[in-house]
Write a protein that binds this ligand. Structure first.
Ligand code: ACO
Length: 116
């Protein structure tokens, strides 16, 4: 699954580049949407996000592309690799700025894990 988002001034930190918390929210959301599409009818919650390293700062006006790919299916859980690219609309190039793996667990209405 692929999605895009425009980085706007309200997403920036006080230094003038993208606040990492916004990026993590978008990564969590895209992983949840991808998992929910592939597991219709399942109630999914995030249990883990793997290593989080911010290596590139992202500036206002950047178009970010989010690619989510299923990397593992377990008994109650499913994991997605989410890769985030900064796209240049002028040159058509894309630079990887962030990636992590998000794991979601299927739960019942009481919040107890259940098999997928
Ligand atoms: C979309 C959102 O933002 S949801 C909001 C944020 N998330 C939450 O509030 C969830 C809070 N957490 C919970 O309620 C519980 O931890 C649960 C229901 C998710 C899991 O219950 P637990 O009893 O802790 O489960 P348990 O430790 O057995 O792990 C369940 C599955 O998660 C996997 N898992 C647990 N910890 C990790 C981890 N750190 N990394 C990767 N996978 C993990 C396990 O391998 C297992 O997978 P499997 O059944 O496919 O083998």
């Amino acid at each position: 699954m692929e999605n895009r988002r425009l980085v706007l001034p309200e997403h920036l930190n006080h230094y003038g580049f993208l606040f990492g918390g916004h990026l993590l929210q978008w990564v969590d959301e895209i992983a949840w949407i991808a998992a929910s599409h592939e597991h219709p009818g399942c109630r999914l919650v995030t249990v883990a996000m793997d290593e989080v390293i911010f290596r590139k700062s992202v500036h206002s006006g950047t178009v970010l592309r989010f690619d989510a790919t299923k990397s593992r299916t377990g008994t109650t859980s499913v994991s997605y690799l989410v890769q985030v690219y900064a796209e240049s609309l002028q040159t058509g190039t894309a630079e990887l700025v962030f990636s992590t793996t998000v794991t979601q667990v299927r739960v019942d209405e009481s919040g107890r894990k259940v098999a997928l």
